[in-house]
Design a protein around this ligand. Structure first.
Ligand code: SAM
Length: 341
Protein backbone atom coordinates (compact mmCIF):
# COMPACT_ATOMS: atom_id res chain seq x y z
CA UNK A 1 0.00 0.00 0.00
CA UNK A 2 1.36 3.40 -0.98
CA UNK A 3 0.58 5.24 2.26
CA UNK A 4 2.05 8.57 1.11
CA UNK A 5 -0.22 8.56 -1.91
CA UNK A 6 -3.31 7.49 0.04
CA UNK A 7 -2.75 10.17 2.68
CA UNK A 8 -2.38 12.97 0.19
CA UNK A 9 -4.28 12.09 -2.98
CA UNK A 10 -7.30 14.13 -3.99
CA UNK A 11 -8.46 11.37 -6.32
CA UNK A 12 -11.88 10.23 -5.00
CA UNK A 13 -11.64 6.95 -6.91
CA UNK A 14 -8.49 5.95 -5.02
CA UNK A 15 -10.06 6.89 -1.68
CA UNK A 16 -13.27 4.97 -2.44
CA UNK A 17 -11.25 1.91 -3.45
CA UNK A 18 -9.31 2.13 -0.17
CA UNK A 19 -12.53 2.28 1.87
CA UNK A 20 -14.06 -0.63 -0.07
CA UNK A 21 -10.97 -2.74 0.60
CA UNK A 22 -11.11 -1.78 4.30
CA UNK A 23 -14.75 -2.93 4.53
CA UNK A 24 -13.98 -6.16 2.69
CA UNK A 25 -11.19 -6.97 5.16
CA UNK A 26 -13.34 -6.06 8.18
CA UNK A 27 -16.23 -8.21 6.94
CA UNK A 28 -13.87 -11.14 6.32
CA UNK A 29 -12.79 -11.10 9.98
CA UNK A 30 -15.91 -9.92 11.86
CA UNK A 31 -18.79 -10.09 9.37
CA UNK A 32 -21.08 -7.14 8.80
CA UNK A 33 -21.32 -6.49 12.51
CA UNK A 34 -20.86 -3.40 14.65
CA UNK A 35 -20.11 -3.96 18.34
CA UNK A 36 -21.61 -1.68 20.96
CA UNK A 37 -19.70 -0.61 24.06
CA UNK A 38 -21.41 1.27 26.86
CA UNK A 39 -19.28 4.27 27.77
CA UNK A 40 -19.40 5.39 31.40
CA UNK A 41 -17.52 8.64 32.06
CA UNK A 42 -16.66 8.10 35.71
CA UNK A 43 -14.80 11.34 36.58
CA UNK A 44 -13.68 14.61 35.05
CA UNK A 45 -11.04 15.21 37.73
CA UNK A 46 -7.57 14.95 36.25
CA UNK A 47 -4.07 15.42 37.63
CA UNK A 48 -2.67 15.81 34.11
CA UNK A 49 -2.42 18.97 32.09
CA UNK A 50 -2.49 17.77 28.45
CA UNK A 51 -2.53 20.94 26.37
CA UNK A 52 -5.46 19.83 24.19
CA UNK A 53 -7.86 18.45 26.76
CA UNK A 54 -10.89 20.26 28.15
CA UNK A 55 -10.76 18.44 31.50
CA UNK A 56 -7.04 19.10 32.08
CA UNK A 57 -5.95 20.07 35.58
CA UNK A 58 -5.91 23.79 34.75
CA UNK A 59 -9.21 23.75 32.86
CA UNK A 60 -10.68 26.08 35.48
CA UNK A 61 -8.11 28.70 34.53
CA UNK A 62 -7.43 30.68 31.41
CA UNK A 63 -4.24 29.89 29.44
CA UNK A 64 -2.35 32.64 31.27
CA UNK A 65 -3.12 30.95 34.55
CA UNK A 66 -5.63 33.43 35.96
CA UNK A 67 -8.97 32.10 37.11
CA UNK A 68 -11.70 32.02 34.50
CA UNK A 69 -14.87 34.03 34.85
CA UNK A 70 -17.34 31.96 36.88
CA UNK A 71 -19.42 31.02 33.82
CA UNK A 72 -16.48 29.24 32.24
CA UNK A 73 -15.35 27.29 35.26
CA UNK A 74 -15.45 23.57 34.82
CA UNK A 75 -17.51 21.87 37.50
CA UNK A 76 -15.76 18.70 38.56
CA UNK A 77 -17.67 15.50 39.30
CA UNK A 78 -17.03 11.87 39.98
CA UNK A 79 -19.51 9.01 39.96
CA UNK A 80 -19.87 6.80 43.01
CA UNK A 81 -19.33 3.06 42.63
CA UNK A 82 -23.09 2.63 43.05
CA UNK A 83 -23.81 5.12 40.23
CA UNK A 84 -21.38 3.21 37.98
CA UNK A 85 -23.13 -0.08 38.78
CA UNK A 86 -26.48 1.56 38.07
CA UNK A 87 -25.21 2.59 34.62
CA UNK A 88 -24.16 -1.03 34.00
CA UNK A 89 -27.59 -2.31 35.04
CA UNK A 90 -29.26 0.04 32.57
CA UNK A 91 -26.76 -0.91 29.88
CA UNK A 92 -27.13 -4.64 30.42
CA UNK A 93 -30.89 -4.41 29.97
CA UNK A 94 -30.28 -2.57 26.69
CA UNK A 95 -28.06 -5.36 25.36
CA UNK A 96 -24.61 -3.96 26.15
CA UNK A 97 -22.04 -6.64 26.93
CA UNK A 98 -19.01 -4.36 27.29
CA UNK A 99 -18.72 -1.52 29.75
CA UNK A 100 -16.00 1.08 29.28
CA UNK A 101 -15.08 3.00 32.42
CA UNK A 102 -13.30 6.14 31.30
CA UNK A 103 -12.08 9.15 33.24
CA UNK A 104 -9.37 11.66 33.95
CA UNK A 105 -6.46 10.57 36.13
CA UNK A 106 -8.32 10.96 39.39
CA UNK A 107 -6.45 9.86 42.54
CA UNK A 108 -9.78 9.09 44.22
CA UNK A 109 -9.98 5.99 42.01
CA UNK A 110 -7.27 4.04 43.82
CA UNK A 111 -6.49 0.46 42.84
CA UNK A 112 -8.64 -0.73 45.71
CA UNK A 113 -11.65 1.30 44.59
CA UNK A 114 -11.33 0.38 40.89
CA UNK A 115 -10.75 -3.31 41.70
CA UNK A 116 -13.87 -3.29 43.88
CA UNK A 117 -15.93 -1.84 41.01
CA UNK A 118 -14.52 -4.25 38.43
CA UNK A 119 -15.15 -7.24 40.73
CA UNK A 120 -18.72 -6.11 41.37
CA UNK A 121 -19.43 -5.73 37.63
CA UNK A 122 -17.92 -9.13 36.89
CA UNK A 123 -19.91 -10.74 39.72
CA UNK A 124 -23.19 -9.25 38.52
CA UNK A 125 -22.57 -9.58 34.78
CA UNK A 126 -20.15 -12.47 34.23
CA UNK A 127 -20.91 -12.48 30.51
CA UNK A 128 -19.67 -8.90 30.08
CA UNK A 129 -16.26 -7.47 29.29
CA UNK A 130 -14.88 -4.60 31.34
CA UNK A 131 -12.70 -2.03 29.62
CA UNK A 132 -10.81 0.57 31.62
CA UNK A 133 -9.52 3.89 30.31
CA UNK A 134 -8.11 5.66 33.33
CA UNK A 135 -4.80 6.92 32.01
CA UNK A 136 -1.28 5.97 33.00
CA UNK A 137 -0.70 3.83 36.08
CA UNK A 138 2.19 1.71 37.29
CA UNK A 139 2.67 -1.89 36.17
CA UNK A 140 1.71 -3.19 39.62
CA UNK A 141 -1.52 -1.20 39.48
CA UNK A 142 -2.33 -2.58 36.03
CA UNK A 143 -1.62 -6.09 37.37
CA UNK A 144 -4.12 -5.61 40.20
CA UNK A 145 -6.78 -4.34 37.79
CA UNK A 146 -6.21 -7.30 35.52
CA UNK A 147 -6.37 -9.73 38.47
CA UNK A 148 -9.67 -8.12 39.49
CA UNK A 149 -11.05 -9.14 36.08
CA UNK A 150 -10.59 -6.14 33.77
CA UNK A 151 -10.33 -7.43 30.20
CA UNK A 152 -9.25 -4.44 28.15
CA UNK A 153 -7.49 -1.09 28.59
CA UNK A 154 -7.67 1.94 26.31
CA UNK A 155 -4.71 4.30 26.45
CA UNK A 156 -4.21 6.29 23.28
CA UNK A 157 -0.53 6.74 22.54
CA UNK A 158 -1.55 10.23 21.20
CA UNK A 159 1.43 10.36 18.81
CA UNK A 160 4.28 7.98 18.05
CA UNK A 161 6.73 10.88 17.64
CA UNK A 162 8.52 11.84 20.85
CA UNK A 163 9.00 15.51 19.89
CA UNK A 164 5.34 15.84 18.90
CA UNK A 165 4.35 14.18 22.19
CA UNK A 166 6.40 16.80 24.05
CA UNK A 167 4.61 19.55 22.09
CA UNK A 168 1.18 18.23 23.14
CA UNK A 169 1.97 17.58 26.80
CA UNK A 170 3.56 19.36 29.75
CA UNK A 171 7.16 18.52 30.62
CA UNK A 172 6.17 16.25 33.50
CA UNK A 173 4.52 13.79 31.10
CA UNK A 174 6.73 11.32 29.29
CA UNK A 175 6.40 9.66 25.90
CA UNK A 176 8.55 6.76 27.10
CA UNK A 177 6.31 6.15 30.09
CA UNK A 178 3.18 6.17 27.93
CA UNK A 179 4.70 3.60 25.59
CA UNK A 180 5.92 1.55 28.57
CA UNK A 181 2.35 1.49 29.91
CA UNK A 182 1.13 0.05 26.60
CA UNK A 183 3.79 -2.68 26.71
CA UNK A 184 2.97 -3.48 30.36
CA UNK A 185 -0.73 -3.75 29.55
CA UNK A 186 0.02 -6.12 26.70
CA UNK A 187 2.34 -8.26 28.89
CA UNK A 188 -0.34 -8.51 31.56
CA UNK A 189 -2.83 -9.97 29.09
CA UNK A 190 -5.11 -6.99 28.50
CA UNK A 191 -6.61 -6.40 25.06
CA UNK A 192 -4.95 -3.05 24.47
CA UNK A 193 -6.31 0.07 22.79
CA UNK A 194 -4.00 2.76 21.41
CA UNK A 195 -4.84 5.70 19.18
CA UNK A 196 -4.44 9.37 18.42
CA UNK A 197 -6.22 12.56 17.43
CA UNK A 198 -6.23 13.49 13.76
CA UNK A 199 -5.12 17.06 13.11
CA UNK A 200 -3.71 17.71 16.58
CA UNK A 201 -1.49 20.82 16.67
CA UNK A 202 2.00 19.99 15.42
CA UNK A 203 0.90 16.84 13.59
CA UNK A 204 2.48 16.33 10.16
CA UNK A 205 2.59 13.71 7.46
CA UNK A 206 5.81 12.45 9.06
CA UNK A 207 4.27 12.05 12.53
CA UNK A 208 1.18 10.35 11.04
CA UNK A 209 3.39 7.88 9.23
CA UNK A 210 5.07 7.08 12.55
CA UNK A 211 1.62 6.47 14.08
CA UNK A 212 0.77 4.06 11.29
CA UNK A 213 4.11 2.26 11.61
CA UNK A 214 3.55 1.94 15.37
CA UNK A 215 0.10 0.43 14.79
CA UNK A 216 1.46 -1.98 12.23
CA UNK A 217 4.24 -3.13 14.59
CA UNK A 218 2.48 -3.16 17.96
CA UNK A 219 -0.86 -4.33 16.56
CA UNK A 220 -3.10 -2.95 19.31
CA UNK A 221 -6.33 -4.93 19.62
CA UNK A 222 -8.20 -1.59 19.40
CA UNK A 223 -7.31 1.74 17.80
CA UNK A 224 -9.30 4.87 18.65
CA UNK A 225 -8.87 7.81 16.32
CA UNK A 226 -10.97 10.92 16.00
CA UNK A 227 -10.45 14.49 14.84
CA UNK A 228 -8.84 16.92 17.27
CA UNK A 229 -11.50 19.43 18.32
CA UNK A 230 -10.41 22.57 20.18
CA UNK A 231 -11.52 22.80 23.80
CA UNK A 232 -12.32 26.13 25.48
CA UNK A 233 -9.98 27.12 28.27
CA UNK A 234 -7.01 25.11 26.95
CA UNK A 235 -3.79 26.42 25.38
CA UNK A 236 -5.02 25.01 22.04
CA UNK A 237 -8.49 26.56 22.19
CA UNK A 238 -7.89 28.66 19.07
CA UNK A 239 -6.30 25.92 16.96
CA UNK A 240 -8.09 24.46 13.94
CA UNK A 241 -10.05 21.24 14.26
CA UNK A 242 -8.85 18.11 12.47
CA UNK A 243 -10.44 16.96 9.23
CA UNK A 244 -13.26 14.43 9.07
CA UNK A 245 -12.15 13.39 5.61
CA UNK A 246 -8.58 12.64 6.72
CA UNK A 247 -9.88 10.75 9.77
CA UNK A 248 -12.00 8.52 7.51
CA UNK A 249 -9.08 7.89 5.22
CA UNK A 250 -6.88 6.99 8.19
CA UNK A 251 -9.51 4.60 9.55
CA UNK A 252 -9.46 2.78 6.21
CA UNK A 253 -5.65 2.70 6.09
CA UNK A 254 -5.49 1.31 9.65
CA UNK A 255 -8.00 -1.43 8.76
CA UNK A 256 -5.92 -2.42 5.75
CA UNK A 257 -2.66 -2.44 7.75
CA UNK A 258 -4.21 -4.40 10.62
CA UNK A 259 -7.37 -6.19 9.39
CA UNK A 260 -8.46 -7.70 12.73
CA UNK A 261 -8.30 -4.44 14.70
CA UNK A 262 -11.40 -3.27 16.57
CA UNK A 263 -11.98 0.22 15.25
CA UNK A 264 -14.47 2.62 16.84
CA UNK A 265 -16.49 5.22 15.00
CA UNK A 266 -15.69 7.81 17.66
CA UNK A 267 -18.00 10.48 19.06
CA UNK A 268 -15.50 13.14 17.96
CA UNK A 269 -16.41 12.13 14.39
CA UNK A 270 -20.10 12.20 15.28
CA UNK A 271 -19.59 15.67 16.75
CA UNK A 272 -17.92 17.03 13.60
CA UNK A 273 -20.43 15.56 11.15
CA UNK A 274 -24.05 14.43 11.64
CA UNK A 275 -23.31 11.22 9.71
CA UNK A 276 -19.71 10.92 10.88
CA UNK A 277 -20.24 7.55 12.53
CA UNK A 278 -21.97 6.06 9.51
CA UNK A 279 -19.14 7.34 7.32
CA UNK A 280 -16.64 5.73 9.70
CA UNK A 281 -18.38 2.36 9.34
CA UNK A 282 -18.22 2.81 5.56
CA UNK A 283 -14.46 3.34 5.97
CA UNK A 284 -13.95 0.08 7.90
CA UNK A 285 -14.84 0.88 11.53
CA UNK A 286 -16.81 -1.70 13.52
CA UNK A 287 -17.38 -0.37 17.05
CA UNK A 288 -19.69 2.31 18.47
CA UNK A 289 -19.66 3.58 22.02
CA UNK A 290 -23.00 5.08 23.07
CA UNK A 291 -22.93 6.98 26.34
CA UNK A 292 -24.36 5.30 29.45
CA UNK A 293 -23.27 8.08 31.83
CA UNK A 294 -25.94 9.79 33.94
CA UNK A 295 -27.55 12.59 31.95
CA UNK A 296 -26.56 15.35 34.38
CA UNK A 297 -22.82 14.59 34.16
CA UNK A 298 -22.46 14.18 30.38
CA UNK A 299 -22.02 17.86 29.62
CA UNK A 300 -19.31 18.10 32.30
CA UNK A 301 -17.10 15.52 30.60
CA UNK A 302 -16.24 18.27 28.15
CA UNK A 303 -12.95 17.08 26.68
CA UNK A 304 -13.66 19.25 23.61
CA UNK A 305 -16.21 21.86 22.51
CA UNK A 306 -19.77 20.82 21.58
CA UNK A 307 -19.08 17.18 22.41
CA UNK A 308 -21.87 15.02 21.05
CA UNK A 309 -24.18 14.62 23.99
CA UNK A 310 -27.78 14.27 22.99
CA UNK A 311 -28.95 14.54 26.57
CA UNK A 312 -31.19 11.65 25.60
CA UNK A 313 -31.64 8.63 27.82
CA UNK A 314 -29.21 5.75 27.40
CA UNK A 315 -32.10 3.70 26.03
CA UNK A 316 -32.86 6.32 23.42
CA UNK A 317 -29.26 6.71 22.23
CA UNK A 318 -28.74 2.94 22.09
CA UNK A 319 -31.91 2.57 20.03
CA UNK A 320 -30.84 5.44 17.78
CA UNK A 321 -27.44 3.87 17.14
CA UNK A 322 -28.96 0.46 16.41
CA UNK A 323 -31.34 2.02 13.88
CA UNK A 324 -28.57 4.01 12.23
CA UNK A 325 -26.35 0.94 11.92
CA UNK A 326 -29.15 -1.27 10.62
CA UNK A 327 -30.01 1.42 8.07
CA UNK A 328 -26.54 1.03 6.57
CA UNK A 329 -26.81 -2.76 6.48
CA UNK A 330 -24.87 -3.60 9.65
CA UNK A 331 -25.97 -6.00 12.37
CA UNK A 332 -25.57 -4.93 16.04
CA UNK A 333 -25.27 -8.13 18.07
CA UNK A 334 -25.66 -8.52 21.84
CA UNK A 335 -22.08 -9.65 22.12
CA UNK A 336 -18.87 -8.78 24.03
CA UNK A 337 -17.22 -8.23 20.65
CA UNK A 338 -13.80 -9.58 21.56
CA UNK A 339 -10.76 -9.20 19.37
CA UNK A 340 -10.26 -11.96 16.81
CA UNK A 341 -6.75 -12.88 15.79
N1 SAM B 1 -7.36 10.00 31.04
C1 SAM B 1 -7.45 8.90 30.14
C2 SAM B 1 -6.31 8.91 29.15
O1 SAM B 1 -5.49 9.82 29.19
O2 SAM B 1 -6.21 7.96 28.38
C3 SAM B 1 -8.77 8.80 29.42
C4 SAM B 1 -9.53 10.08 29.19
S1 SAM B 1 -8.86 11.11 27.90
C5 SAM B 1 -9.89 12.52 28.04
C6 SAM B 1 -9.46 10.27 26.43
C7 SAM B 1 -8.98 10.78 25.09
O3 SAM B 1 -9.65 11.96 24.74
C8 SAM B 1 -7.53 11.16 24.99
O4 SAM B 1 -6.74 10.02 24.80
C9 SAM B 1 -7.50 12.12 23.79
O5 SAM B 1 -6.99 11.53 22.62
C10 SAM B 1 -8.98 12.51 23.64
N2 SAM B 1 -9.11 13.97 23.65
C11 SAM B 1 -8.76 14.81 24.64
N3 SAM B 1 -8.92 16.10 24.24
C12 SAM B 1 -9.38 16.06 22.98
C13 SAM B 1 -9.71 17.06 22.02
N4 SAM B 1 -9.59 18.36 22.30
N5 SAM B 1 -10.14 16.66 20.80
C14 SAM B 1 -10.28 15.36 20.51
N6 SAM B 1 -9.97 14.37 21.37
C15 SAM B 1 -9.51 14.71 22.59
Amino acid sequence: MDIDHLLTTSDPVAVDALKAEACRLRDAVYGRRVFMRGLIEISNHCRNNCLYCGIRRDADRDPQGANCPPGRRLRRYRLTPQQILDCCRTGYALGFRTFVLQGGEDAWFTDEVVCGIVEAIKRQYPDCAVTLSLGERGRESFRRLRDAGADRYLLRHETADAAHYAFLHPAEMSFDHRMQCLRDLRDLGFQVGAGFMVGSPGQSLATLKKDLRFIEDFKPEMVGIGPFIPAAGTPFENERAGSVELTLRLLAIIRVLHPSVLLPATSALGTMHPRGREQAIAAGANVVMPNLSPQDTRALYSIYNNKLSTGSEAAESAADIRLRMKAIGMDVPTDRGDYRK
